[in-house]
Design a protein around this ligand. Structure first.
Ligand SMILES: Cc1cc2nc3c(=O)[nH]c(=O)nc-3n(C[C@H](O)[C@H](O)[C@H](O)COP(=O)(O)OP(=O)(O)OC[C@H]3O[C@@H](n4cnc5c(N)ncnc54)[C@H](O)[C@@H]3O)c2cc1C
Length: 420
């Protein structure tokens, strides 16, 4: 029987593939797209942020949902037509929005996020990965004093989990990040997270696959998996929509927002729904050095991030509960433009003149706030899914931890916690 088939060539599938290939496992990656990294991993916010490990369903999230409901320019939009498909998931999402589950998921994500940074460092040493990566930290900016106080308190609580932070006055922030000088007087303060990283997730996904091929892995594009095939109670392969059967000793489901259907065939009922986000990417070539961002900025008030990626700058944000609709809504693009102008007012004209592309993607949002990683009840099937807004942050650690478990290695930490 052949080796391991991985369904999905996004950040999570690619990380799992590379981690397995490093262990001399025979790996075949399948994706229904015509190339790797074309799902949620294509043009995300580009940040690896254990500092943002808290799930979106914080206690009281329902107040935000009500406040934003019907507002086209809100950072969080609930589409009425998607409501029926969200009912069961939505109840689970809201039920998990309590203090104990919120902090439990936060702790799990921080642990995996910090482990991911260690793994990234190792992988960078071992393979020549070119992905506009930077290890200069991130800063979250606050526009009112109350929000800044709450942000600092949250950072203090996360410090106990291993997240390092430094509160900054607007002046101190602008010394480190002169590009924000124009909004200094609008700010109440910032929290700087020196361990956070950034980089282009699409390039990284492709680089990891290239490195995996060098280790013997292979891939097949346009390969949409219809179902898992089982024999004598264990998986024996997958059947593609084309009718082709691909034999496998083991199957890893890393299918992002599409994972629930396949996971169900492996005996796992996943509470994962797509949550759409948008990004716009601009060329920063020719922008004065003083006007360039040195590290990513997350605006707490706007729920937006602006990230430097080599010679480019990306603004990303917004959360739309709209099912699997990936169309680009003009109103949301306008919201992103406003976010860019609010964070980089002096650079916005220059950047908009050099717009490279706009994008939307579907975050695979798990109602319980942390990913599902590990063996499924059907023998030979494994899941690496539900990374929500943190897939880039958690990718390397998730791939490494799962590959270790599949090979029976002593775990860096207990993966059974990641099966809620
Ligand atoms: C706007 C936006 C900004 C974001 N910013 C950040 C950020 O700054 N930091 C961060 O950590 N995270 C961020 N995220 C989240 C992160 O991008 C996702 O969590 C991550 O990309 C999920 O990776 P994945 O591999 O699970 O899913 P995907 O990248 O979607 O990959 C899944 C793959 O599976 C394939 N597939 C699905 N079903 C099948 C099937 N039946 N057969 C074959 N192939 C199949 C799909 O084609 C797809 O290629 C952001 C997301 C968005 C949308």
């Amino acid at each position: 029987m052949s080796g391991t088939v991985i369904i999905g060539a996004g950040l999570i599938g690619a990380s799992t593939a590379y981690a397995l290939a490093r262990r001399a496992e025979k790996v075949t990656i399948l994706d229904m797209q015509d190339a790797p990294g074309k799902g949620a991993s294509e043009a995300n916010g580009g940040m690896l942020t254990p500092s943002m490990a808290d799930p979106w369903n914080s206690p009281g999230v329902w107040r935000d949902l009500i406040r934003y409901y019907g507002r086209a320019d809100a950072p969080m939009v609930l589409k009425t037509k998607a409501l029926p498909s969200l009912a069961v998931w939505g109840l689970k999402f809201l039920a998990a929005a309590n203090d104990s589950q919120y902090w439990r998921a936060t702790a799990l994500n921080v642990r995996l996020g910090l482990f991911s940074l260690e793994v990234m460092e190792q992988w960078r040493r071992d393979a020549d990965l070119s992905y506009d990566g930077a290890t200069r930290g991130t800063a979250k900016i606050y526009r009112d004093k109350q929000a800044f106080r709450i942000g600092r308190e949250k950072a203090e609580r996360m410090q106990a989990l291993g997240v390092v932070f430094e509160p900054l006055s607007p002046e101190a922030l602008c010394e480190r990040q002169p590009a924000l000088a124009a909004i200094r007087d609008d700010l109440a303060g910032a929290v700087y997270f020196p361990k956070d990283e950034s980089g282009d997730a699409y390039k990284f996904t492709n680089e990891l696959l290239r490195s995996s091929y060098e280790l013997g892995a292979c891939a097949k594009w346009g390969a949409s998996v219809k179902r898992l095939v089982k024999k004598n109670g264990r998986v024996s392969g997958v059947l593609l929509d084309s009718g082709e059967f691909i034999e496998a000793k083991r199957v890893v489901i890393a299918a992002g927002a599409h994972a629930p259907r396949l996971a169900f065939q492996a005996g796992v009922s996943l509470a994962i729904k797509p949550v759409k986000g948008y990004s716009m990417t601009f060329s920063a070539k020719g922008l004065d050095a003083a006007q360039r961002l040195r590290f990513p900025i997350i605006d707490d008030d706007l729920h937006a991030a602006v990230t430097p990626l080599g010679e480019r700058i990306r603004v990303a944000g917004t959360a739309e509960f709209a099912g699997f609709d990936e169309s680009l809504d003009d109103g949301r693009i306008e919201t992103l433009r406003r976010m860019l102008r609010a964070i980089l007012p002096e650079q916005a004209d220059f950047l908009e003149a050099g717009e490279l592309f706009r994008w939307s993607g579907l975050r695979p949002m798990h109602a319980y706030g942390a990913p599902w990683i590990g063996a499924a009840p059907v023998e030979g099937v494994y899941l690496n899914v539900g990374h929500g807004h943190l897939g880039w942050t958690l990718a390397a650690g998730s791939g490494e931890a799962l590959a270790g478990e599949m090979q029976g290695e002593q775990a860096a930490f207990d993966l059974s916690d990641y099966k809620a």
